[in-house]
Design a binder for this molecule. Structure first.
Ligand code: ZN
Ligand code: ZN
Length: 383
């Protein structure tokens, strides 16, 4: 096996011999592919486990949460001694034990703020294994903005569903009711971080493995499609639904909502040869082109919080989603009277455009929106 990554020479052919018997299976494509697994809960465990067994090249596992004993009834990658550890790290370690040839990366944090969205451009498949509408809306928004398909999963104690959302056609936001949209915004109306509330929906190992199994099939189909091969699976805009009560399996064709805001043309991605550890907004705009005037961070960067009553000022220097809502409380005045000095857009000549973007909370492999009077592009920094 020439040209395969290190670790694939020892018994590669033997290990994957049964998979190679499948007429459409391309083990080399699978073993070079990157899959983004967003959420390392019950379904994320199943997807990561199945892809590791299949000899996936690289998994990027993202989760902000830690392992609890109650996860062990349906999370195949966790053992009791993982309790208290970051789910993403515990899952990545287990993946390496299952198949040492898999490169398992873990991102402990929020997929919206701590994960560079360049991964959405470069991953061969994107699987959402999260239980909140807000997080799914965020994945959907990012995927639509760069024109990438993604796979969504959802489970309860008696049902499992997997949906393939294409780069066009119906998207996740088309399927979300007005009530759920309002509910998802309720927690973020100030944009500041509120205490984490986890969804305690009853789920089982059975529904987690049903959703995880089909999501894995869809991820493998995506990988093969990128190599021009047709693989059995869902069409974009289709949802597979398994229910235990009533017992049945359904394939639903979703319809697009003509009023959905996520159906514009995606912006092109330009790769800029700049060191993401030191690059400044000024340098990124310079490399992007003379017509590009503004760099959008994608979040508000809070420099300080000042009390409107007593004037007491607190230095913050953090993206707003990482600033706890409680910091708006001025203890001198006894009320939520502090407001933020913040920015989300940088222009040439701005003082903050000379600071490394890293210092402004921009994660590595971030996508930065550059806009000018006639065009907008996503900049992805690579050195
Ligand atoms: Zn839509
Ligand atoms: Zn005050």
């Amino acid at each position: 096996m020439k040209g395969l990554p290190e670790g694939y020479d020892h018994g590669f052919a033997e290990r994957y011999a049964r998979l190679q018997l499948i007429d459409w299976w391309d083990q080399e494509a699978v073993s070079r592919a990157t899959v983004l697994v967003l959420g390392a809960g019950a379904v994320g465990n199943e997807v990561a486990k199945n892809l590791a067994l299949s000899g996936i090249g690289r998994l990027v596992i993202v989760d902000f949460d830690t392992v609890e004993m109650s996860n062990l009834t349906r999370s195949v990658l966790f053992v009791p001694k993982d309790a208290g550890r970051a789910k993403a790290q515990a899952a990545a370690d287990a993946v390496r034990r299952l198949n040492p040839a898999v490169e398992a990366l873990s991102v402990v944090g929020d997929m919206e703020w701590d994960l560079g969205h360049g991964w959405f451009v470069d991953a061969d498949a994107i699987v959402g294994c999260l239980d909140s509408v807000r997080a799914r809306l965020a994945i959907n928004r990012i995927c639509r903005s760069v024109g990438r398909p993604w796979i969504n999963t959802a489970i309860s104690s008696s049902a499992a569903e997997v949906t393939l959302f294409g780069e066009s056609g119906p998207c996740y936001e088309c399927t979300v009711g007005e009530d759920e949209l309002v509910e998802s915004r309720r927690y973020s109306c100030t944009g500041f971080r509120l205490p984490d509330v986890s969804n305690k929906i009853p789920t089982t190992a059975v529904t987690a493995s049903l959703a995880g199994a089909w999501a894995t099939q869809e991820a493998i189909a995506q990988i093969h499609r990128r190599h021009g091969r047709a693989v059995p699976g869902l069409q974009p805009g289709q949802r597979l639904l398994h229910t235990l009560r009533p017992l049945g399996t359904l394939v639903l064709n979703l319809t697009a909502d003509p009023a959905c805001p996520q159906h514009g043309d995606p912006n092109p991605v330009v790769r800029l040869n700049l060191d993401p550890r030191s690059a400044t907004a000024e340098q990124v705009l310079e490399a992007g082109g003379p017509d590009l005037e503004e760099l959008h961070l994608g979040f508000e960067f809070v420099q300080s919080l000042a009390c409107g009553r007593c004037g007491h000022r607190l230095r913050v220097s953090k993206p707003r989603p990482k600033v706890h809502d409680a910091l708006r409380f001025c203890s001198l005045c006894g009320e939520f009277s502090r407001s933020a000095t913040e920015f989300s857009v940088l222009r040439r000549g701005d003082r903050n455009a000379l600071r490394p973007l890293r210092r402004l909370g921009v994660p590595s492999r971030a996508l930065l929106l550059l806009t000018g009077p006639n065009r907008s592009v996503w900049a992805l920094l690579e050195s």
